[in-house]
Design a protein around this ligand. Structure first.
Ligand code: UDX
Ligand code: ADP
Length: 464
C-alpha cells in the first residue's frame, strides 16, 4: 500500500514539526496539517516563515522548503480527512481537571472528538495513527468509535508515539534513536498498515531503528520511556539537596555516576525541576492506570517522582525567601527564563511558573525576561493557577524584552531556564545596577560560581 495523502489533526508542538519533516523527506506525499485553532494555522501560513507559531531550531527552514510544495496548513479538517489515506492524530491530551481521574488521568475528549469527526467524514478505508501520548488501550476505544459510528469503511489503528524532545525536535526527528510502530500484528490488514507507515519512515530512518510491536506495547513504551527519564531527573535532584547539606557538588557526582556505562551520562543534570507537557502528565497517567488495576505499590513508586519534583521547585523558592532575610515582600526579583527548557517557547508545566507563584504568595514583585516567551503567555500561565485575582498578577508581574532592564534595581536574580545567552550577559554591569547585597540564584547550574563571586554576587546554585 502506497500512501499519497496524509492528514495530521493538531498543528502543535508534535504535529507541526513531525509533519514538516515527513513532508521534507517524502516529497511525493502530500501532507496537510489541520487544526481548529485559526490563529495557529494562520501563523503556520505566515508569509514570513520566521513567524511560525512554534520556536524550534531549524524548523522554519524546513517549513520554508516544503510549505505549499507538499506541506499545507489548513482549518478545513473535513476535506483533509476525506482526501487522506493515513490520518495522524496529534491533539493535546492534558491531565483531566474534572470528574473521575481528576488531576491524574489523561483527558481524552479531544481524541474522541477527532475519532467522531473521522468516522463522520471518511468514505473510504483509512489508517489512523495515534501520535499523541495516550493511555494504554486507547487504540481500542478509537476503534470502537470508528467502527460503530462510521460509514462502514475499514480502519486500521496504529500507535506511533513521538519521542522528540522540544528544543531538539528537528534533530530528534531527522536522526531518531528509534521509531516505534504498534499495530494489529495478527492480521494481514494490520501488517499492511504497519508496513505503509514503515515505508514512510524508511525514506530516512535505517531499518534496524524501526521497531514494530503490538499496539499495547507501543502505547505503554511511551509512558515508560517518559517515566524513566523523569525518574532520573528526580533522582539527581534528590541528591542535589543532599549535596547542598554535605559540601558535595551535584555536577561532580553526576559526572562520576554517569561514567558508569550501565548508568550513562544523560538526564543527570540537576535543575529547579522538570517541566514540559509530557513528564508530569504521563507519570500521573501511569499512576492512575496502576491504581485502576489495584497496583498500589507500583502507583506509589512512580508518584514519588512527581512528589520529588514538586519539592525541588518549592525548595528553590523557599531558599530565595530565606536568603533574602526571610522576606521578599515588596522586593523586586528578576527572573531570567520562563520556558520549561532552553530553545523552546513552550511554557507548559515550567518550573518558573510555580516558583513565581510561590514568591507572589510571599508578596514579591517579579520581573521576567525570556528570549522566546511572550507577556501574554506569562500571564496566561499565572492566571491558569487561579492563585490570586488576575489584576493582582498584572500589578505585581512585569515582562520586559531586555535582560538588563529586568535585573536593574532588583534584590535578586534567579535563573529559571538555561538559555545559552544568559551565560554571555555582562554580569558585571548587572551586578552594578542591582541592590546590595546582590543575590544570584542559579536554578540550572548554568553559571560559574567562582566568576560570579569574584564580581561580588552572593551566589546560590542548585546542588552545591
Ligand atoms: C520529553 C521526552 O524527552 C521526549 O522523548 C518525549 O517525547 C516528550 O517528553 P521534553 O519534555 O520536550 O521531552 O524535554 P526534555 O528534554 O525531556 O526535558 C524535560 C524537562 O526535564 C525539562 O524541564 C528539562 O529542563 C528537564 N531536565 C532534563 C532536567 O532538569 N535535567 C536533565 O538532565 C534533563
Ligand atoms: P502537543 O504538544 O501534543 O502537540 P499542542 O497543544 O501543542 O500539543 O497541540 C495540539 C493541537 O491540537 C492544538 O493546536 C489544538 O488546537 C489542536 N486540536 C485539539 N483538538 C482538536 C480537534 N478536535 N480538531 C483539530 N485540532 C484540534
Amino acid at each position: 500500500m502506497r500512501i499519497k495523502n496524509i492528514c495530521c489533526i493538531g498543528a502543535g508542538y508534535v504535529g507541526g514539526p513531525t509533519m514538516a519533516v515527513i513532508a521534507q523527506k517524502c516529497p511525493e506525499i502530500n501532507v496537510t496539517v489541520v487544526d481548529i485553532n485559526e490563529k495557529r494555522i494562520a501563523a503556520w501560513n505566515d508569509q514570513n516563515v520566521k513567524n511560525i507559531p512554534i520556536y524550534e531550531p531549524g524548523l522554519s527552514q524546513i517549513v520554508g522548503e516544503a510549505r505549499d510544495r507538499n506541506l499545507y496548513f489548513s482549518t478545513d479538517i473535513d476535506s483533509a480527512i476525506d482526501k487522506a489515506d493515513m490520518i495522524f492524530i496529534s491533539v493535546n491530551t492534558p491531565t483531566k481537571t474534572y470528574g473521575i481521574g481528576k488531576g491524574m488521568a489523561a483527558d481524552l475528549k479531544y481524541i474522541e472528538l477527532c475519532a467522531r469527526q473521522i468516522a463522520r467524514v471518511a468514505k473510504d478505508d483509512k489508517i489512523v495513527v495515534e501520535k499523541s501520548t495516550l493511555p494504554v488501550r486507547t487504540a481500542q476505544a478509537l476503534k470502537n468509535i470508528l467502527d460503530n459510528t462510521g460509514n462502514g469503511v475499514n480502519y486500521q489503528i496504529l500507535s506511533n508515539p513521538e519521542f522528540l524532545a522540544e528544543g531538539t525536535a528537528v534533530e530528534d526527528l531527522m536522526d531518531p534513536d528509534r521509531v516505534l510502530i504498534g499495530g494489529d500484528i495478527d492480521t494481514e490488514e494490520g501488517k499492511e498498515a504497519m508496513q505503509a507507515l514503515v515505508d514512510i519512515y524508511s525514506h530516512w530512518v535505517p531499518a534496524e531503528r524501526i521497531l514494530t510491536t503490538n499496539v499495547w506495547s507501543s502505547e505503554l513504551s511511551k509512558l515508560t520511556a517518559n517515566a524513566f527519564l523523569a525518574q532520573r531527573v528526580s533522582s539527581i535532584n534528590a541528591m542535589s539537596e543532599l549535596c547542598e547539606k554535605t559540601g558535595a557538588d551535584v555536577n561532580e557526582v553526576a559526572k562520576a555516576v554517569g561514567m558508569d556505562s550501565r548508568i550513562g551520562s544523560k538526564f543527570l543534570k540537576s535543575s529547579v525541576g522538570f517541566g514540559g507537557s509530557c513528564f508530569q502528565k504521563d507519570i500521573l497517567n501511569l499512576v492512575y492506570i496502576a491504581k485502576s488495576f489495584g497496583l498500589e505499590e507500583v502507583a506509589d513508586y512512580w508518584e514519588q517522582v512527581i512528589i520529588m519534583n514538586d519539592h525541588q521547585k518549592k525548595r528553590f523558592a523557599v531558599n530565595i525567601v530565606k536568603t533574602l532575610f526571610n522576606t521578599v515582600s515588596g522586593k523586586k526579583i528578576a527572573f531570567l527564563g520562563w520556558a520549561f527548557k532552553k530553545d523552546t517557547n513552550d511554557t507548559r508545566e515550567s518550573a518558573a511558573i510555580y516558583v513565581a507563584d510561590y514568591l507572589l504568595n510571599e508578596q514579591a514583585e517579579i520581573v521576567i525576561y525570556d528570549p522566546k516567551v511572550t507577556e501574554e503567555q506569562v500571564f496566561a500561565d499565572l492566571d491558569y493557577l487561579s492563585s490570586r485575582p488576575e489584576e493582582e498578577n498584572r500589578k505585581r508581574v512585569t515582562v520586559l524584552n531586555n535582560p538588563y532592564d529586568v535585573c536593574k534595581d532588583s534584590h535578586a536574580v534567579a535563573i529559571l531556564t538555561e538559555w545559552d545567552e544568559f551565560e554571555d550577559l555582562d554580569w558585571k554591569a548587572i551586578y552594578n545596577n542591582m541592590l546590595k547585597p546582590a543575590f544570584l540564584f542559579d536554578g540550572r547550574r548554568l553559571l560559574e560560581r567562582k566568576k560570579k563571586e569574584e564580581i561580588g554576587f552572593e551566589f546560590y546554585a542548585i546542588g552545591s
